[in-house]
Ligand binder design. Structure first.
Ligand SMILES: CCCCCCCCCCCCCCCCCCC/C=C/C(=O)SCCNC(=O)CCNC(=O)[C@H](O)C(C)(C)COP(=O)(O)OP(=O)(O)OC[C@H]1O[C@@H](n2cnc3c(N)ncnc32)[C@H](O)[C@@H]1OP(=O)(O)O
Ligand SMILES: Cc1cc2nc3c(=O)[nH]c(=O)nc-3n(C[C@H](O)[C@H](O)[C@H](O)COP(=O)(O)OP(=O)(O)OC[C@H]3O[C@@H](n4cnc5c(N)ncnc54)[C@H](O)[C@@H]3O)c2cc1C
Length: 616
């Protein structure tokens, strides 16, 4: 199919090599080539062809995705794929923006076995689980409790005579609920999205399991019932930590898809007139459209950068813990908590902005933006609700203030809290990314000190830390967000500095995105900068001008920047986001293919007929 002339023209501009940026995003040319190979292994294999999942009922969708997920597993076994990133490539190429039925087996059942099973248990369960000889799920949440783990009611009473645990969900609120991939007892019913996963309920009534079913790498129960505590009790939270550490990159992936669709479509879509008689411009030429999409384009790159960094950091900490060193577990936990919370929340807002920036067609499943949205938004609740996780990060920051007062060294990711910040010169409209980072770190430091003063005062008055925290939860959450933004900006600036050395043309365009991200973040909290007397109105006016100027620089690069995400059309599965931009012809073809247009109109006639018989 010929290329849409608008997109053809967009691809003749640009100042950087798209393929080199794709290699950087993938982690190197070899990784890109391997990803292409794996995608083609799926796209050329007829077993992965099937009905358009957007036309399927919930039951049909579950069945079709289960069929494809099994095919994904067989393909990874056939290709001897062990690497989770490579497995995810095959999975994403097959799932058409859905979450597959066996995802929880991989991310929430196999992972805890790897983390907390002793060698015997690994032989018994981890090896068969990795081969899918046993399929598992993660049944923690109950009807009455999800966030408050210490409030869970399920019981595991030890029967010393039989060396067994007797499991009970003693009350209705104790019923295990939301259990992804729980095909045993029952499904909790239709959901907002996540239609590919059968989230189940599980009632336990005197279910007996052997003592050695308790994963014993950390804590264990001896034959006489004595409980041997893990060296570090927090390790039992490790399986949640692992998924949280991975979710920032999942958020970046989903936002990159949405931005690709919205920016390509915004170049194909012509609407209204700027100069009468001069034809309808591309909607991406409107400043308002740029203001919707270019900060999100910058955000997708920022989130990808920090998502990769978080996974590396978490992997290092897990290796240290395997060697018995727990000193970075707390930092890992609060970084994963803050990044998972902020990135997934901002991503779900961003996907929605991408959807309505495509007008009516964004609302059609033909765009796939609704599919990406409803499957993504779960990540702001699942694996730790947004506020809950931000409070974890906030409590850690309050401890950092005390550490500072006591002269205790801070963890690297919060070292900036011990720095002094000053800004004397007036900002013009070309503030560099390092100055923007300093400003964002300054705000986080000031906010942390401000919130800490309130919490301390409350603590002095009540002597109860939980009460003190509970009274200031709103500003504690904002404090955690401010810190997390400093972590994101720091990762982005650090990566761009590195790329400026290795590939100046790519680095330059990424530095523009980094400035857009930083300026957008500062303008979103301009009041704080005035209140803390870090910026004046003239500074804010100048960086507002800078933002609009940056849009003009990014406009000719925009399509190339989303092309660099390198989503194959069959992976993106969006008619609005097609690489060739042939939207209208394919929208019409897709609509005509809808089963709804094929179904017998008898129903329609039957009821309308009643009206005709009535005396209207
Ligand atoms: C071949 C096929 C290929 C397949 C490839 C698959 C891969 C494809 C992936 C792509 C698609 C992915 C799509 C999305 C997948 C995601 C699916 C998600 C499914 C969802 C699952 C769930 O939701 S499971 C349940 C999750 N539940 C929660 O998160 C509960 C939240 N609540 C809590 O964590 C806790 O209650 C708490 C932390 C809020 C409170 O804990 P507690 O009551 O103990 O009190 P404290 O706050 O005082 O904490 C005590 C102490 O512990 C520290 N701590 C707390 N949590 C942790 C932790 N996680 N790690 C380390 N430390 C922790 C805390 O800081 C305190 O420390 P102190 O030093 O004492 O202060
Ligand atoms: C798609 C999806 C898949 C899931 N898969 C699984 C799974 O496979 N296995 C599993 O075990 N669970 C699963 N869950 C459950 C999930 O982990 C919980 O929904 C999540 O932890 C939130 O807990 P909750 O539902 O009890 O919400 P609640 O904690 O009841 O939250 C309700 C509101 O109360 C607020 N709140 C609660 N406590 C506090 C507090 N201390 N301070 C301030 N505000 C508070 C929250 O911020 C929120 O606004 C899944 C959930 C979803 C949506």
């Amino acid at each position: 199919m010929p290329m849409n002339p608008d997109l053809e023209k967009e691809r003749q501009g640009g100042t950087f090599d798209v393929e080199q940026l794709t290699h950087i995003l993938d982690g190197g040319r070899d990784k890109t080539l391997k990803r292409h190979f794996l995608e083609q292994e799926v796209l050329k294999d007829p077993v992965f062809r099937g009905p358009d999942t957007r036309f399927l009922s919930r039951e049909e969708l579950f069945g079709e995705l289960l069929r494809k997920h099994v095919a994904v597993i067989k393909k990874t076994q056939e290709l001897s794929i062990d690497d989770i990133n490579e497995a995810s490539t095959i999975y994403s190429a097959a799932m058409n923006n859905n979450v597959g039925p066996l995802t929880l087996h991989s991310v929430a059942f196999v992972a805890p076995l790897d983390l907390m099973a002793d060698d015997e248990q690994k032989k018994k369960w981890l090896i068969p689980a990795k081969k899918y000889e046993i399929i598992g799920c993660y049944a923690q949440t109950e009807l009455g409790h999800g966030s408050f783990i210490r409030g869970l009611e399920t019981r595991a009473d030890y029967d010393v005579n039989t060396q067994q645990f007797v499991l009970n969900t003693p009350t209705e609120t104790a019923i295990k609920w939301w259990v992804g991939g729980c095909v045993a007892v029952g499904d909790i019913g239709p959901k907002f999205g996540f239609g590919g996963v059968d989230n189940g309920y599980l009632c336990l009534n005197n279910v007996r399991i052997p003592r050695d079913n308790l994963l014993a790498k950390t804590g264990k129960v001896l034959e006489d019932g004595t409980y041997v505590k893990p060296e570090n009790p927090k390790v039992v939270y490790g399986s949640m930590l692992g998924i949280r550490a991975a979710l920032p990159k999942v958020g970046a992936y989903n936002l990159s898809k949405a931005v690709t669709i919205a920016i390509r479509y915004s170049c194909v879509r012509h609407q209204s007139e700027i100069k009468p008689g001069c034809g309808e411009p591309q909607v991406l030429d409107y400043q308002t459209q740029q203001h919707k999409l270019f900060p999100l384009l910058a955000t997708a790159y920022a989130f990808h950068t920090v998502g990769v960094w978080m996974l590396d950091f978490h992997s290092t900490v897990m290796n240290e813990i395997n060697e018995g060193h727990y000193h970075r577990l707390a930092e890992d936990h609060v970084l994963a908590a803050g990044l998972k919370a902020v990135i997934n929340w901002k991503t779900h807002e961003g996907i929605e902005i991408c959807r309505f920036s495509c007008g009516g067609h964004g609302y059609s499943l033909a765009s796939s933006l609704p599919v990406i949205y409803v499957n993504h938004v779960a990540n702001s609740t699942a694996e730790g609700e947004t506020v809950i996780l931000l409070l974890q990060t906030a409590v850690y920051l309050m401890k950092c203030v005390i550490d500072l007062e006591q002269g205790t060294p801070l963890d690297p990711s919060v070292a900036y809290l011990d720095q002094s910040f000053s800004k004397s010169e007036q900002w013009c409209s070309d503030v560099d990314m390092h100055s923007l980072l300093k400003a964002i770190q300054f705000r986080s430091k000031k906010f942390t000190e401000y919130v800490s003063s309130f919490v301390k005062k409350e603590l002095m008055a009540t002597g109860n830390q939980q009460l003190a925290f509970n009274k200031h939860k709103v500003i504690l959450v904002e404090c955690a967000k401010a810190h997390t933004e400093a972590v994101i900006m720091n990762a982005f600036v650090t990566k761009v500095d590195e790329i400026l050395q290795s590939n100046p043309s790519v680095g330059k365009v990424l530095s523009l995105l980094c400035q857009i991200y930083g300026v957008t973040e500062i303008l979103a909290h301009s009041g704080d900068y005035i209140q803390y007397e870090y910026l004046r109105k003239i500074d804010l006016d100048n960086i507002q001008d800078q933002l609009f100027k940056l849009y003009t620089y990014i406009r000719p690069e925009a399509v190339l920047l989303v092309d660099a995400f390198d989503f194959h059309d069959e992976v993106l599965k969006s008619i609005l986001g097609r690489y060739d931009g042939q939207v209208y012809e394919n929208m019409f073809k897709w609509a005509k293919a809808s089963p709804f247009n094929k179904q017998d109109q008898g129903t329609f006639r039957k009821y309308i007929q009643q009206l005709k018989q009535a005396k209207l």
